[in-house]
Structure formats: C-alpha cells, structure tokens
Design a protein around this ligand. Structure first.
Ligand SMILES: N[C@@H](CCC(=O)N[C@@H](CS)C(=O)NCC(=O)O)C(=O)O
Length: 213
C-alpha cells in the first residue's frame, strides 16, 4: 500500500513530503506545476480535490485534504503512538497537547488571513491604500506572536521535533520570504534548522521546486 501525494510545486504540500520522509513511509507523488503567469494550480488538480488545492493525499483509497488534517492523520496512522518515543505527537493528556492543538491551527486559520489579504489587496495598487496599514499591522503581529512563542529550543511544542513544527514551517518560511528575518531571528533560525533536516532535503529533492530553497 502506497500513499499518493498530489503535490503542487512551490506550495505547503512540502510539509507533507517532509513528514513522510521523517516517518519513513513509502509514498508516490503526482506532480502539478503552478501556472507561470498566474501562479495558480492547473485545472487537473480539481480531479483529486474539487477546490483544486494541494496538498491532498490518498491512503489506500481514503482521501485526506487540508495540510493540518493530513499531518495529524499521518502521525496517528503511520507513526508511533502519541507521546511514545519517535512520535511526532505529544501525549494527549498533557499541556503540550493543548499547545499542539493551537499551533496546528494557527498557521492556516489565523496567520494566513493577513498573508492572503496582503497578496490580494497588493494587486489593487492605490485603491488598497486605506487597507494596507491594518493588513501590515496584522501580519507583523502574527509573525511577532510566533517569534515570541517559539521555544528557546526552536520548537513550537516541547523540545523535540513535532507535528507543530511541520505545520509552522510554512508560516516561518513566509515570514523569511516577506523580509522579516531581522525582526524574527528565531523564526529564521528555525527555518534553517528545518531545511538542514536530511528528511526535508530528500522531500525537496523528490518534490522539486520550492521557492528559492
Ligand atoms: N488550508 C489548505 C490550503 C490549501 C491551499 O490553498 N493550497 C495552495 C498551495 S500552497 C494551492 O493549492 N493553491 C493553488 C490555487 O489556489 O490555485 C491546506 O492547509 O491544505
């Protein structure tokens, strides 16, 4: 049984490939390239996911979409029991579990609102001027929140690698890409640590284009 990952170039689907490599789970990739002009996914991605979004995986015929759901699913289904050695999930009984729940949601539900607003409003030029200060303020505040709350060990939950780090890798990369490395040096160091993981490098090798990295 092999997991199939419908993987879009330059996308948060890299999170899924990275975790699969960390877990040592076999997988195959169906690759999609973003349109060179619009950056949008090709229409074929609407086959595996009606919204035409990546990532989406199929595991023995079961479809799982949404990167947070996929990461949680893979850890539960294909990793050691939560809280045990080698697991990417914390013990469900402890405080770390609550932090895990928060960070698993933060990247996609809170952080991405100002990110997307900035992208779309930015295309309006002068017409967006009244909105921009609020958008910039919110983006900075969300990045500062992550910077202030990443642990001294440069992990988001506990002091080892976990599913929360996988989820937060993409927001941290965006912070760096958006020029926040000086204001968020710990997030920048976290991104470097992620990219130094042999599993991340193998995922990048198999998945292809991933922004400038
Ligand atoms: N919340 C979803 C977001 C999925 C998403 O928007 N994926 C982007 C890639 S980073 C995509 O497929 N964009 C292509 C498009 O909208 O055309 C998740 O975490 O999986």
């Amino acid at each position: 049984m092999t997991i199939t990952v419908h993987h879009l170039s330059n996308s948060r689907s890299q999170r899924v490939l990275w975790l699969l490599e960390e877990l040592g789970v076999e997988y195959e990739i169906v690759a999609y390239q973003r349109d060179a002009t619009t950056s949008l996914a090709p229409p074929e991605l609407k086959g595996p996911h009606p919204l035409g979004k990546s990532p989406v995986i199929f595991d023995d015929g079961l479809r799982v979409a949404e990167s947070g759901a996929i990461i949680q699913y893979l850890c539960e289904r294909h990793g050691p029991p939560a809280g045990s050695a080698g697991s990417w999930l914390p013990d469900p009984g402890g405080e770390d579990h609550v932090r895990h729940l928060e960070w698993m949601q933060f990247g996609e539900s809170s952080f991405f609102v100002p990110v997307m607003l900035r992208i779309y409003a930015g295309r309006l030029g002068e017409a967006a001027a009244p909105l921009m200060p609020r958008i910039e303020d919110q983006l900075s505040a969300h990045i500062a929140f992550a910077e202030d709350n990443i642990r001294p060990s440069l992990h988001f939950v506990g002091d080892g690698w976990s599913a929360s780090d996988v989820m937060m890798s993409f927001p941290a990369e965006i912070a760096v890409m958006q020029g926040y490395a000086d204001r968020a040096p710990r997030l920048a160091a976290f991104v470097e640590a992620v990219h130094a993981r042999p599993a991340w490098k193998r995922a990048r090798e198999r998945g292809g284009a991933y922004y400038g990295w």
